[in-house]
Design a protein around this ligand. Structure first.
Ligand SMILES: *Cc1c(COP(=O)(O)O)cnc(C)c1O
Length: 399
């Protein structure tokens, strides 16, 4: 329709992305509305198989590309994106659990995921229980005919115990084989630490892999996003339908930031892994330190399993201080560091630390240590500088 009205002409401008424009970076495509050529197309195009575009929430070329790349990274088949790691966790809970169901979490699970289960799932009539992730027999004893979801984490949040993932998933598989239920228990791994790089979750028997893309895939400490990856089309469909009903979507600019981080994710993982092992090992020999927790250290819980199942370790280690130091002294140690900043999250460029009271976050198992714990996340600064920062902080602590 020819018109001289400037608004109409600007909105119905003839722009199309140029054919033959082969940039390295995928384009940033934005939409709520996607235009259909005719009513027939509007009625027949199905968003669920991703064969076409229907509405911004159902995906754009940018989010489809990111989904495919995250699925590739994790050795999976299907992926959905959520606006944060935590929303990916709550999506999985809501996709698989109904009133009367039972779910299990490892006692060292990511805290906000525990909180969602305790505060929301419980009030919707879901029973929430815990198991000792270092004892597959303990998990076996806690599965019931109503169990529909079992969370796993490798290693545990904050305390970094490395579990026997194949043994744990095998316990659930054997339990399912004995049940007549039409809804078997699903295993879901919080794979943020492994990031698809330390091991392939699906090869270790996991059904669903959730990841906080906020951490490694972004790498910039500047974007929040989560993913849920599967190899199983039926599980994926259940997640996808719940995802759509909840109205979860991610912004194109955020998707672009994660796409930009992916080409360097393996290099960053390796570099931070190497630096973290150096610092963790060095910390272990320092005065005032009772134990360093890191799966690659011989004394750390699950070290052998990590050696057997993983090809790398992330940027985290935790230090348990000698019990002679008060929590105020441990807090003062954290305050005395200058390169290690105080803050949440990890896998970004800046090194971080935070003190934790582990006793207060355990639901089931006893925490064997009495000294204060500080978790460190190693960034991309020089290892020598980071070690010097720790050394000056320790010198003040023990003086
Ligand atoms: C950060 C994190 C999450 C949540 O990610 P957000 O994007 O911050 O919501 C979940 N699990 C683990 C293990 C994490 O470290």
């Amino acid at each position: 329709m020819p018109t001289s009205d400037p608004s109409t002409r600007l909105i119905h401008h003839a722009y199309r992305p140029p054919d033959g424009f082969e940039a390295v970076a995928p384009g940033v495509h934005k939409a709520s509305t996607v235009i259909f050529p005719d009513v027939q197309a509007l009625r027949s195009r199905d968003w669920k198989d991703k064969s076409g575009y229907t509405y911004g929430l159902h995906g754009t070329p940018t989010t489809f590309t990111l989904e495919e790349r995250i699925a590739t990274l994790e050795g999976g088949q299907f992926c959905v994106l959520a606006p944060s790691g935590l929303s990916a966790i709550s999506l999985v809970d809501m996709a698989f659990l109904r009133q009367g169901d039972h779910m299990l979490l490892p006692d060292n699970a990511y805290g906000p995921g525990k909180a969602f289960a305790e505060a929301e799932m419980r009030q919707w009539g879901v029973q929430v229980g815990y198991y000792d992730p270092m004892e597959p027999a303990d998990l076996a004893s806690r599965l019931t005919p109503a169990t529909r979801l079992v969370w796993l984490e490798a290693p545990g949040s904050i305390t970094l115990e490395y579990p026997d993932l194949p043994a744990l998933t095998d316990v659930v598989r054997q339990h399912n084989a004995r049940q007549v239920a039409d809804r078997p228990a699903v295993t879901v791994l919080d794979n943020t630490w492994g990031a698809g790089l330390a091991f392939c979750a699906f090869d270790l028997g996991i059904d669903v892999s959730m990841q906080a893309l906020t951490k490694y895939p972004s790498g910039g400490a500047d974007v929040l996003m989560g993913s849920v990856v599967t190899r199983d089309p039926a599980l994926h469909r259940q997640i996808l339908l719940c995802h759509m009903r909840l109205g979860l979507g991610v912004g194109a600019n955020d998707a672009e930031l994660v796409l930009r981080g992916l080409p360097t994710v393996a290099l960053r993982y390796q570099a931070q892994d190497k630096a973290t092992r150096e610092l963790a090992q060095w910390m272990q020999s320092q005065q005032g330190v009772a134990q360093v927790l890191h799966p690659a250290l011989a004394g750390s819980p699950g070290h052998r399993l990590w050696q057997r199942d993983a090809q790398g370790a992330a940027c985290l280690f935790s230090v348990v201080f000698d019990e002679k130091f008060s929590s105020a002294q441990v807090d003062a140690f954290c305050d005395s560091l200058s390169l290690f900043q105080l803050g949440w999250s990890w896998a970004g460029p800046v090194s971080l630390c935070a003190p934790y009271d582990v006793r207060s976050i355990r639901s089931l198992t006893a925490w064997p240590h009495r000294g204060g714990l500080v978790r460190f996340a190693v960034g991309l600064e020089s290892v020598e500088d980071l070690q010097a920062d720790l050394a000056q902080g320790l010198a003040k602590l023990v003086s």
